[in-house]
Design a protein around this ligand. Sequence first.
Ligand code: CA
Length: 229
Amino acid sequence: MRKILVLEDEENIRSFVVINLKRAGYTTVEAGTGEEALTALRENPDVKVALLDIMLPDIDGFEVCRRIRAMDSNIGIIMLTARTQEMDKVTGLMTGADDYVTKPFSPAELTARVDALFRRTGGGSRPLGTDEISIPPFLMNTRNRTVDKNGQRIKLTQVEFNLLRLFMENPNRALSREEILAAVWEDEYFGEVKIVDVNIRRLRIKIEDNPQKPQYISTVWGYGYKWGG
Ligand code: CA
């Protein structure tokens, strides 16, 4: 279960976040105050990631973060900040947050951050305790960073590997080019979606039977790419 806690007192923002997370396949638990969030977490021990607003009517998001960390070190925490001061980022990371997203954020940016954190915290689609993702004819080992196709090793660059991993962890889900860019390249190439196309082309040459007629990474016209037909 991919369950996320969304703590945000402004209803408009909270429903915007919840709608987009649900669309991306997540289950959500909502809270409007810090106390509600802590109660919700106690009642939902299967929450893997928490999104925490900072400015709240009772205790602030940093304090919520500190208290969550005191009870659970494995949960992934993303701070939602309206402010862009370096201080907020530093304070958030110091109190135990894993990442932060600055408002206003796009749905693609938010889901890419959440997906990335899910992968890092082991809450992704692959079962816990295994480093292998098997989607025949491919077998990926995320620890050794190797990929075999029909038992034959495929040589990939680190970027190509990360790209392939993103697809194999999100089978049959259309990923926008912005989402792919954010997940694989993070902030380095912000806005340069062409780099996604170039690398997909290279990856297809290495993994497809016929790169001209790709059957593993398909194009979603006007949007991005998808693993599976
Ligand atoms: Ca707020």
